[in-house]
Design a protein around this ligand. Structure first.
Ligand code: HEC
Ligand code: HEC
Ligand code: HEC
Ligand code: HEC
Ligand code: HEC
Ligand code: HEC
Length: 499
C-alpha cells in the first residue's frame, strides 16, 4: 500500500510555478501588503520630492525612508516565506500543488480569517506610521524624544527663539535642504540606535543651512536702520556683589553698521584654519565695484589659501549661538541676578556661586550635591546677616537652576565646548578678524579694533547709586579696578579655562 503510494507520487511531476507557489494564504496576505506599502512608499517619496509639504518635518524622513521601506520589505519577506513553505509542501506532497492552503485543511473559513488579519495588520501599521510621522515632525521630538539633543532643547527653551521650531533653523526651505536634512535625520537615528553618536553633539558647522532659507525668512538685517542699545551688567566678586554697568549703542544698519558684512553691496569671505572657525588668517573683501581687498594675519602665506574652503560671511559667523546659548558661569550668574533671581544682598554670592558652577562635575546629581555643599559650607563659616540668610534657600534653588540650564555633564555639554562669536569678552568673537593685526600686503589697510568702530559706550557706572544716576553720554571705557592695556584682547584675560 505505502509502496504504491510512493511510486505514484514520484510519477506526478510537481508544477513549481510562481502561481502555484503564491497560491497560499501567507503569500497572498504578504502580496496585498507589498502592493499597499509599495504604493504608500511611492506616493510619499513623490510628494516629498515635488512639494514643500514635509519641509517643516525633518524627521518625516524617518517615516518615508525608514519605516515605510521596513514595512515594505517585511511584506516581501512575508510573501517569500509563504512561497518557501509552499515549495517544501509541494515537494513532499506534489498532488497539493493546486491547493490554496499551505497547512492542510484548517477550514474554508481561513481565507476570510486571512483577509481580516491582513486588513487589521494594514490598519494598525498604517495608523502607527501616521502617528509616528506626526510625532517626529515636532520640536518636542527633536528636542526631547531624541534625548541626545536635550542640552540644545533646554538652552533653546531659554532663548529668544523658543517659539521658532527646530526645522525653521535647521532645515530651511528648498528641495536640496529638505533631502539633505532627511538623509541626515536617518543617519542621526542610526547613530542614536547604535550609540555611535558624538558627545557632545558636534555643531553642524560644515553642514549648516544657508541663511536664505532660515534666518532670512524672518529677518532682513541689511534693511535694518539706526542703532540699538545693549545694557550689560556685571556683578563684581566682592562682598557687596557690586554691579558694574555698560551701556552700548550699536549701529545695526546694513549701510554703516554691523550688518554691513551681510549687505548685498559687498561680500566678505574668509579662510579659517580650524574646523570651529576660530582662527581666521585670511579675509577677502569684494566691494560692490568688484575691487578686492585682502587682509592677512601676520606671517600668513597667501598661496596656502584653498579657494574651495573660502566661506562667505553670514549670520551665524556672528550670531552662532542664537538658538542655544550655553553661558559661562559668571555670565550665567549675572543674567540670573539681572532677572532678580539671585539677591545681591547676600554677601559674596556672586563669587561663591560662579566658583561652584565653574567646577567640573560628572553628573547632575553630583553637581547638585556639591554646589549645595559649597554654598552651605561658605555661609556656615561666614554667616550672612539674618535678612540675607532667609533669602539663601531661594538663591540656592536659583543657582542650581542656572546650572541645569547651562551645564549638561552627562552629555559633556557646556560653554567649554562652544564658542560664541558675538562680542569679544569670553571668546575671540569679532576679534578673530578685528584685532588690528589683519593687514593688506602693503600694510596700508587694517581690520580695525578701535573701540568706537562697532559701538559707542554711552554709559558706565559702578554701584547701585551711580547706575541709578547714570548719565547717558559718550564716554571712554575704564577697566574696573586696575588699568589694562586696550591693545590686549579682553578674551586674553577673561576667557575661561577649558579644562
Ligand atoms: C534660531 C535658530 C535655531 C533654532 C530655532 C534651533 N537651532 Fe539648533 N542651532 C542653531 C545654530 C545657528 C547652530 C550652530 C551653532 C554654531 O555654529 O555654534 C545650532 C546647533 C545645534 C546643534 C549642534 C550642537 C550645538 O549646540 O552647536 C544641535 C544638536 C541643535 N542645534 C539642535 C536643535 C534643536 C533640537 C532645536 C529645537 C528644539 C533647535 N536646534 C532649534 C540654530 C537654531
Ligand atoms: C521663524 C522666524 C525666525 C527665524 C527662522 C529666525 N528668527 Fe531670529 N527672531 C525671531 C523673532 C520673532 C525674534 C524676536 C524675539 C523677541 O524679541 O522676543 C527674533 C530675535 C532674534 C535676534 C535678537 C534677539 C537675540 O537673541 O539677540 C537675533 C540676533 C536673531 N533673531 C537672529 C536670528 C538668526 C541668526 C537666525 C538664523 C539662524 C534667526 N534669527 C532665525 C524670529 C526668527
Ligand atoms: C558681523 C557680525 C554680524 C553678522 C554677520 C550679522 N549680525 Fe546681526 N547683529 C550683530 C550685532 C553686533 C548686533 C547687535 C547686538 C546684539 O544683538 O546683541 C546684531 C543684531 C541683530 C538683530 C537684532 C536687532 C535688534 O533690533 O535688536 C537681528 C534680528 C540680527 N542681528 C539678525 C541677523 C541676521 C538674520 C543676519 C544674517 C543675514 C545677521 N544678523 C548677521 C552682528 C552681526
Ligand atoms: C571674517 C572677518 C570678520 C569678522 C569675524 C568680523 N568682521 Fe567686521 N569687518 C570685517 C572687514 C574685512 C571689515 C572692513 C574693514 C574695516 O572697516 O575694518 C569690517 C568692518 C566692520 C565694521 C565697519 C563697517 C563700515 O561700514 O565700515 C563694523 C562696524 C564691524 N566690522 C563690526 C563687526 C562686529 C561687531 C563683529 C563681531 C560681531 C565683526 N565685525 C566681525 C571683517 C570681519
Ligand atoms: C569689531 C567690533 C568691536 C570692537 C572693535 C570692539 N567691540 Fe566691544 N563689543 C562688540 C560687540 C558686538 C559686543 C557685544 C554686544 C552684545 O552683547 O550685544 C561688545 C561688547 C563689549 C562690552 C561688554 C562686555 C560684556 O560683558 O559683554 C564692552 C565693555 C566692550 N565691548 C568694550 C570694548 C572696548 C573697550 C573696545 C576697544 C578696545 C571694544 N569693545 C572694541 C564689538 C566690538
Ligand atoms: C590683562 C588682563 C585683562 C584684560 C586685557 C582685560 N581684563 Fe577685565 N579684568 C581683569 C581682572 C584681573 C579683573 C578682576 C577679576 C575678575 O573679576 O575677573 C577684571 C575685571 C573686569 C570686569 C569686572 C566685572 C567681572 O565680571 O568680574 C569687567 C566688566 C571687565 N574686566 C571688562 C573687561 C573688558 C571689556 C576688557 C576688554 C576691553 C577687559 N576687561 C580686559 C583682567 C583683564
Amino acid at each position: 500500500m505505502s509502496d504504491a503510494n510512493l511510486s505514484s507520487s514520484a510519477r506526478v511531476k510537481p508544477r513549481i510555478s510562481f502561481r502555484a507557489l503564491s497560491n497560499n494564504l501567507i503569500t497572498r496576505m504578504g502580496l496585498i501588503s507589498v502592493v499597499f506599502w509599495g504604493l504608500a512608499l511611492g506616493f510619499f517619496i513623490f510628494r516629498d520630492l515635488t512639494s514643500n509639504e514635509f519641509e517643516e518635518h525633518p524627521y518625516a524622513g524617518l517615516l518615508i525612508y525608514l519605516l515605510l521601506p521596513a514595512l515594505f520589505w517585511a511584506s516581501i519577506f512575508f510573501a517569500a516565506a509563504g512561497m518557501i513553505l509552499k515549495w517544501r509542501r509541494i515537494k513532499a506532497h506534489p498532488e497539493e500543488a493546486g491547493n490554496t492552503m499551505v497547512l492542510r485543511p484548517i477550514a474554508k473559513r481561513s481565507m476570510a480569517v486571512g483577509l481580516v488579519i491582513t486588513a487589521t495588520w494594514l490598519l494598525l501599521s498604517g495608523f502607527g506610521a501616521y502617528k509616528s510621522y506626526h510625532a517626529t515632525a515636532t520640536t518636542a521630538f527633536c528636542g526631547t524624544a531624541c534625548h541626545v539633543m536635550n542640552p540644545e532643547h533646554v538652552a533653546y527653551e531659554n532663548s529668544m527663539h523658543d517659539k521658532v521650531s527646530c526645522p525653521q533653523c535647521h532645515v530651511g526651505t528648498g528641495l536640496k535642504s529638505s533631502i539633505e536634512a532627511k538623509a541626515n535625520g536617518v543617519k542621526q537615528l542610526w547613530e542614536v540606535c547604535t550609540n555611535s553618536y558624538h558627545t557632545p553633539i558636534k555643531t553642524p558647522i560644515a553642514h549648516e543651512r544657508s541663511a536664505e532659507g532660515t534666518c532670512k525668512q524672518c529677518h532682513a538685517p541689511d534693511r535694518m536702520r539706526g542703532e540699538v542699545t545693549r545694557t550689560i551688567t556685571h556683578f563684581s566678586a566682592d562682598a557687596d556683589n557690586t554691579p558694574i554697568r555698560y551701556k552700548l549703542l550699536i549701529d545695526i544698519s546694513g549701510g554703516t553698521g554691523v550688518h554691513w558684512h551681510v549687505s548685498e553691496k559687498n561680500k566678505v569671505s574668509f579662510f579659517a584654519s580650524d574646523a570651529g572657525r576660530q582662527d581666521i588668517p585670511y579675509v577677502r573683501l569684494t566691494k560692490y565695484d568688484g575691487s578686492v581687498v585682502e587682509y592677512m594675519a601676520p606671517k600668513f602665506d597667501k598661496s596656502t589659501v584653498d579657494e574651495s574652503k573660502l566661506r562667505t560671511m553670514t549670520c551665524t559667523d556672528c550670531h552662532n549661538r542664537v538658538g542655544h546659548e550655553f553661558k559661562p558661569p559668571k555670565r550665567a550668574i549675572d543674567a540670573a541676578r539681572d532677572q532678580g533671581l539671585i539677591p545681591a544682598s547676600i554677601p559674596m554670592i556672586k563669587r561663591v556661586a560662579s566658583k561652584a558652577l565653574a567646577e567640573k562635575y560628572a553628573t547632575n546629581e553630583e553637581a547638585t550635591t556639591k554646589i549645595t555643599a559649597a554654598i552651605d559650607d561658605y555661609y556656615k563659616e561666614n554667616p550672612p546677616p539674618p535678612a540675607a540668610a532667609t533669602l539663601l534657600p531661594a538663591a540656592k534653588d536659583a543657582i542650581l537652576d542656572v546650572y541645569r540650564k547651562n551645564f549638561f555633564p552627562e552629555a559633556d555639554v557646556d560653554f567649554r565646548g562652544f564658542n560664541d562669536n558675538l562680542g569679544h569678552y569670553e571668546f575671540k568673537g569679532c576679534e578673530r578678524c578685528h584685532d588690528q593685526k589683519h593687514v593688506t600686503a602693503d600694510k596700508s589697510q587694517v581690520i580695525e579694533k578701535k573701540c568706537d568702530q562697532c559701538h559707542t559706550l554711552i554709559g558706565q557706572a559702578t554701584g547701585a547709586d551711580e547706575i541709578k544716576n547714570m548719565v547717558i553720554a559718550k564716554t571712554e571705557f575704564k577697566h574696573p579696578e586696575e588699568e589694562v592695556s586696550l591693545k590686549k584682547t579682553c578674551s586674553s584675560c577673561h576667557a575661561l579655562k577649558k579644562e
